[in-house]
Write a protein that binds this ligand. Structure first.
Ligand SMILES: Nc1ncnc2c1ncn2[C@@H]1O[C@H](COP(=O)(O)OP(=O)(O)O)[C@@H](O)[C@H]1O
Ligand SMILES: [Mg+2]
Length: 246
């Protein structure tokens, strides 16, 4: 379903006079099939969000390409309504001047969907929120509620693929588990594939069936969740040990 092929991306190093470029993604390739939940795990600054932007087609790689169902994601039509995303910063994901229901309507309008308020209430219900929340503004929501609204928005168009970039990282730990359980449920109900980008190996191991370990813009390990005891890479071993011993 998703094919990431030999992605390379550099950014200009900061400073006015320099023409040097920093290599942020170095020949990254992997495939994802329908219904899968794939985790991309790496330290902060390892290039995860950059990779996410390449996959969403909002930024162009220097070389390589990303195909969604065989079509290059650089073409908007290849992903419209089928691909969505949830980010860490839920406060900037929902405009402060929009109500919850307006925020959820946005993607539906964008794809020209036919909908009424029952659709919005149903989406709120699916993410465990009461319909009375529909008229509220972002500042009137808790972190957990706001991130649920972002998830409702992401699933509104019934996408086949959702990219989650540190989507639970700014929530309290007790709320994190609730949101992970919600994501699991939605995945089963709507057969959505997730690309779960995180620095948190525990969270990834909780929800993903396959993991990719990422370091300094490169893939150092790919493994099924059932085989994490068998990995060869030293860095990955260290990470996985912290999961197994819990
Ligand atoms: N638009 C940009 N311009 C210049 N450098 C960038 C840009 N975006 C990211 N970088 C750099 O690329 C590296 C990887 O960043 P990022 O993809 O955000 O990592 P992660 O999400 O894993 O924390 C960092 O060194 C960051 O400073
Ligand atoms: Mg990031």
């Amino acid at each position: 379903m998703l094919e990431v092929k030999e992605i390379r991306k550099t950014y200009r190093k900061p400073g006015l006079m320099t023409t040097k470029r920093k290599l942020v993604l170095d020949n990254v390739s992997f495939d994802m099939s329908k219904g899968e939940c794939l985790g991309i795990i790496g330290e902060s600054g390892s290039g995860k969000s950059t990779l996410g932007r390449m996959i969403l087609g909002v930024e162009k790689p220097d070389s390589g390409c990303v195909l969604f169902k065989g079509n290059d994601v650089q073409k908007k039509s290849a992903r419209k309504g089928m691909v969505s995303a949830v980010f860490q910063d839920y406060t900037s994901s929902i405009s402060p001047s929009r109500t919850v229901s307006q925020a959820i309507e946005e993607p539906l309008k964008l794809v020209g969907a036919d909908y009424d308020e029952r659709v919005i209430y149903d989406l709120l219900d699916r993410v465990g929120l009461e319909s009375k929340i529909a008229g509220r503004y972002q500042h009137e929501l808790s972190g957990g509620q706001a991130q649920r609204v972002c998830i409702a928005r992401a699933v509104a168009t019934k996408p086949e693929f959702i990219l989650l970039d540190e989507a639970i990282s700014s929530l309290d730990v007790s709320i994190q588990v609730q949101v992970l359980d919600l994501l699991k449920e939605l995945k089963e109900e709507m057969s959505i594939s997730y690309l779960f980008i995180t620095h948190d190996i525990q969270a990834a191991a909780y929800i993903c069936n396959r993991l990719i370990i990422f370091k300094e813009g490169r893939i150092v390990e790919k493994t099924d969740i059932s085989d994490i005891g068998k990995v060869n890479d030293e860095y990955s071993k260290k990470l996985f040990n912290s999961v197994i011993t819990v």
